[in-house]
Ligand binder design. Sequence first.
Ligand SMILES: CC(C)(COP(=O)(O)OP(=O)(O)OC[C@H]1O[C@@H](n2cnc3c(N)ncnc32)[C@H](O)[C@@H]1OP(=O)(O)O)[C@@H](O)C(=O)NCCC(=O)NCCS
Length: 124
Amino acid sequence: MNGGAPGIDVEVKTGVDLVNIAEFRGPLDRRGDAMRPRLFAPAEVAGATVERLAGIFAAKEAAFKALALPRSDWYVLEIGHDGDGRPYIEFAERYDPSHIVSLDLSISHTDEYAVASVMALARK
Ligand SMILES: CC(C)(COP(=O)(O)OP(=O)(O)OC[C@H]1O[C@@H](n2cnc3c(N)ncnc32)[C@H](O)[C@@H]1OP(=O)(O)O)[C@@H](O)C(=O)NCCC(=O)NCCS
C-alpha cells in the first residue's frame, strides 16, 4: 500500500529534501545575482541567511515531491514565515490546491545541512 487505504478518499503525501549548505553556497556566491531571482521570490530572499535560503530551497523541493509538481517551476509556491517563525507554503494563483485538505511544512538546519519535510493530506 502506498499513501492510502481502499475506500478512504484521502491519502497522505510526503516529501523530504536535504541540502548540503557548502554545495548550495558555492553557486550562490558565484552567480547569486542570477540564481536568487530564478529560485526565490523577493520576500523569501529579504534578510535571509544562506542557511534560511537553503531551508527554503529544501522546502520547495520537498513540496515538489509531496505534491508531484514539476521541479522547474520555482514560483508555483512561496515559503513564508508566520509571526512565530513557523514556515508555511503559499501557492501561486495558477495552482489549484483544492484537492489538498491539509498541508504542513517543517524546516531545520545546522551550519552544514538544511532539511525540510512536507506532509499533505490530499483527496484522491
Ligand atoms: C523554533 C524552534 C523549533 C527552532 O528550533 P532550532 O533547533 O533552534 O532550529 P532548527 O534549525 O531546527 O529550526 C529552525 C527553523 O525552524 C522553523 N521555525 C522557526 N520557528 C518555528 C516555530 N515556531 N514552529 C515551527 N517551526 C519554526 C524555521 O523554518 C527555522 O528556520 P529559519 O531560522 O531559517 O527561519 C525552537 O526554537 C523551538 O523549539 N521553539 C519552541 C517554540 C518557541 O519557543 N517559540 C517561541 C516562543 S517565544
